[in-house]
Ligand binder design. Sequence first.
Ligand code: 5GP
Ligand code: ZN
Length: 112
Amino acid sequence: MDDCIFCKIASHVIESDYVYEDDRVCAFRDLSPLAPTHVLVIPKHHYETMVDGVASEDLVAMTHAVEEVVKSEGIAETGFRVVTNGGADAGQAVHHLHWHVLGGRRLTDDFA
Ligand code: 5GP
Ligand code: ZN
């Protein structure tokens, strides 16, 4: 996907503030953080949403990345939230699958 910003971040064509990376996924800080920790976990492969035939290996890698991020951010014990927006009604702005990992403060009942 030549025009996808997250594909460019995943391939380091555009650099970001990475906090975790392996061969299948990377995690980087959100440009407009909604909480003290607001990290985006993405697969390197371009999927639009969770219902785009995501390979099980990518789901496992994303879950592992969440574990690494919440531990390194120090929020594994205090609490964290994982959110993914799919499609227009959810307000998905970037059409490359991403999981928001939020924590570091008391989270509300809304998105964050
Ligand atoms: P969505 O609404 O699609 O679930 O969330 C997209 C998220 O990506 C937003 O929280 C937005 O701040 C973040 N974002 C958009 N463009 C960039 C970017 O170029 N770099 C980073 N680090 N975050 C971005
Ligand atoms: Zn992409």
